[in-house]
Design a protein around this ligand. Structure first.
Ligand SMILES: NC(=O)c1ccc[n+]([C@@H]2O[C@H](COP(=O)([O-])OP(=O)(O)OC[C@H]3O[C@@H](n4cnc5c(N)ncnc54)[C@H](O)[C@@H]3O)[C@@H](O)[C@H]2O)c1
Length: 273
């Protein structure tokens, strides 16, 4: 028997950064549950490849070339998505990440971090979450129902060493999640919810260079410390996010709003002693 409480079939979900590692898994897993997925990415070919994989398996998906930092580009995609799928029920703000230039290291001190690199990370993570929330959130408040899911991080709770801009930007994403949940409820709709996932450590492109030694393929000291501080003793895999994602989209979480949910093997719960 299918549990109605967790049923997400028939919904239309927009996933920014949907060509990436975590969000392509989200797109595929939601499509398997009957969600129609619009996959938005700066890399159009990556978005199209994910959409093609979903369609081959009988799901409904389409890729859209979008820069989440360019509101006109997000608006254009919105018009196409509404024409293609009729509406939008869910927005997953997945586009985000860090870059080595905005990270302190043996060769880059805090005092020399370039302003452009800091701004790049701020823009992508926080402005790139706000703009799609404006564009697609408007559809949700007009129909009086919807769910926005942002991507926060462990670095939002307590800043991780080295990644200054990323930590501050993800703290802003958590802050914005709470802000928008309250703002929408107070001004527009009691049934549009805004929550965030805060993934623990997943080995992906954005952190690989920090966690795995290029020469040996072994864990770096930072990688070892992360596993030591993750009581479940491992990195997450993209599939680990799906249960929480489906719960946040479905009516099973109908009174959960403005929350940032860690999916982290207890990393955030552990004080280190
Ligand atoms: N990997 C982790 O361990 C981890 C942990 C916590 C949070 N996160 C967050 O989860 C999200 C997804 O992470 P991931 O590891 O899958 O990253 P990823 O780099 O694999 O995917 C990010 C995607 O965003 C796209 N993108 C970048 N700039 C864009 C822009 N301006 N407009 C549209 N698309 C753009 C990229 O092309 C890419 O496909 C990010 O917000 C990331 O910060 C990741």
């Amino acid at each position: 028997m299918q549990d109605k409480l967790f049923d997400v079939s028939g919904k239309v979900a927009v996933i920014t950064g949907g060509g990436g590692i975590l969000c392509s898994q989200m797109a595929e897993s939601l499509a398997e549950r009957g969600v129609k997925v619009a996959i938005l990415d700066l890399r159009a070919e990556a978005a199209d490849a994910v959409a093609a994989r979903i369609c081959e398996k009988g799901g409904t998906a389409k890729g859209y070339a979008v820069n989440v930092l360019d509101k006109a580009s997000v608006e254009k995609a919105k018009d196409e998505i509404v024409a293609d799928f009729g509406t939008v029920d869910v927005l997953i703000n997945g586009a985000g990440g860090n870059k080595p230039d905005a990270t302190t290291s043996d060769t880059m001190s805090f005092f020399d971090l370039p302003a452009e690199a800091i701004q790049w990370v701020f823009n992508l993570n926080i402005v790139g979450t706000v703009l799609p929330s404006q564009v697609f959130g408007k559809i949700m408040v007009e129909k009086g129902k919807g769910s926005i899911i942002n991507m926060s991080s462990m670095s939002a709770f307590k800043p991780l060493t080295k990644v200054l801009a990323y930590s501050a930007a993800k703290a802003a994403v958590s802050n914005f999640t709470a802000w928008l949940a309250v703002h929408i409820n107070q001004n527009y709709s009691k049934d549009v919810r805004v929550n965030a996932l805060a993934p623990g450590f997943f080995l992906t492109q954005q952190n690989y260079y920090l966690l795995v030694d290029k020469q040996t393929g072994n864990a770096t000291p930072r990688g070892e410390r992360i596993i030591d501080h993750t009581p479940m003793g491992k990195y997450g895999v993209p599939e680990d996010l799906i249960g929480t994602l489906v719960w946040l989209i479905s009516d099973a979480s109908s009174f959960v709003n403005g929350a940032v949910i860690p999916v982290d093997g207890a990393f955030n719960a552990y004080c280190g002693v």
